[in-house]
Write a protein that binds this ligand. Structure first.
Ligand code: GLY
Length: 398
């Protein structure tokens, strides 16, 4: 065979470049030191501890360019993430200092278990705090609080629709359910298996089934909000609250969906939920155009590439993909999930950490862009899921 020398030369250059790129990428992920990242989180959290006023509040977010946390009380939907981070630090280090602080900040939330349900966020609040606390300590008082909160959350369930009313204060002309609500089913599953009513399990399953049926477009991208008729349970419309538009794919919404349905499969072992979680992950990964795998705040934001990113969505998805990878027997898919979740975690660690900018773990999350609130800043739920992803990755490696 006669090969053109020019062609052979170009082919050789191409192969050498590909091999250098591959080796570089392999080196980056191979040399990734999880312990070092966990130590960084502990150092940052220690700095934050010194800044918290002694008034029952906890840190929520830090605006861009500031070092000052915005503090919130137990009623805020994010109030469970800070105590949750402290519990994860206790898990990561075994240091009693973290247990003491985690207990203190969790207890600020106790009254949620006996107050009237304000909205669906009770799972984020009480399960991330007391739930992690109970998992690590088996403290009976925590269990009591979690069980009571699950019953409180269940009061928002509307059997005519088959879902929990997520935002009782927002009417939207019917019964609303937001995709974020999937995350709070974990509290119900846990309670039903730990002394609570079997009805809590049924409510969680029904919520997941109704959401699976109505909350997604044909390409498996998620609406943020679904509005149902209170009486007939019929779907009225899909819309957004925090995304760019009613038909856009809000990054964190899709992240909640991937994580939520993966968790529902874990709790039910019903293969239809697993199959669905794979579809949600597929569309997210296929539409993810960023080199570093950290998404823009909305996949259809009109100004891409000049739109803020959302590190929180990447943290949630990276953690979810580690779990989802453990449920698939398809070797190629498993490898893809593992490689991509790891790349997300490495990206967050190498390019999104706050370091000396402020005392959060991460920068560049976006909370509520349409409301002009918490754009491109540090937010506690990004830190919580980042820490969770690091711990999951550490367990995977072991
Ligand atoms: N659950 C509210 C949010 O994701 O911003």
């Amino acid at each position: 065979m006669n090969l053109n020398p020019k062609f052979v030369y170009l082919l050789s250059v191409l192969l050498i470049c590909m091999s250098i790129g591959y080796t570089q990428q392999k080196k980056e992920t191979k040399s990734f030191d999880i312990k070092k990242q966990l130590e960084y989180c502990a150092q940052q959290a220690s700095k934050t501890l010194e800044m918290i006023p002694d008034n029952g509040t906890s840190p929520r977010s830090i605006p861009t360019g500031s070092k000052e946390w915005k503090f919130v009380n137990y009623k805020d939907w994010t109030s469970g993430f800070w105590p949750g981070e402290l519990w994860y630090l206790y898990e990561a280090t075994g240091d009693k200092k973290w247990e003491k602080e985690a207990d203190k900040f969790s207890r600020f939330l106790t009254s949620l278990s006996v107050s009237k349900a304000n909205d669906h966020d009770l799972g984020f609040q009480v399960f991330n705090s007391f739930g992690n606390g109970y998992r690590l300590t088996k403290n009976a008082a925590y269990k009591e609080i979690i069980l009571k909160t699950a019953d409180t959350l269940a009061t928002l369930f509307n059997p005519k629709v088959g879902t929990i009313l997520s935002w009782p204060h927002n009417k939207y002309g019917g019964h609303n359910t937001i995709i974020d609500n999937m995350m709070n089913l974990e509290l119900l599953f846990w309670a039903s298996k730990n002394g609570g009513s079997k009805k809590l399990y049924d409510i969680a399953v029904q919520h997941a089934e109704t959401t699976m049926k109505n909350h997604f477009r044909p390409d498996f991208t998620s609406y943020h909000v679904l509005v149902y008729d209170y009486e007939t349970g019929k779907k009225i419309k899909g819309m957004t609250a925090q995304g760019f538009s009613d038909e856009s794919m809000w990054a964190r919404g899709q992240a909640w969906a991937i994580y939520g349905f993966t968790m529902v499969y874990r709790e039910t072992k019903d293969p239809k939920f697993l199959e669905f979680a794979h579809k949600l992950a597929r569309v997210y990964l296929d539409k993810l155009i960023t080199e570093d795998l950290i998404p823009y705040w909305d996949f259809n934001a009109p100004g891409i590439p000049n739109e803020p990113k959302d590190a929180s969505a990447a943290a949630i998805v990276s953690s979810a993909l580690i779990e989802l990878s453990s449920y698939t027997k398809d070797k190629t898919l498993k490898k893809e999930y593992e490689t991509k979740s790891k790349k997300m975690i490495v990206s967050l660690s190498e390019h999104y950490q706050s370091q000396d900018v402020n005392s959060a773990f991460l920068l560049h999350s976006t909370g509520h862009k349409p409301a002009g609130s918490e754009i491109d800043c540090s937010i506690n739920y990004a830190d919580y899921y980042y820490l969770e992803a690091l711990l999951r990755l550490q367990k995977l490696k072991k």
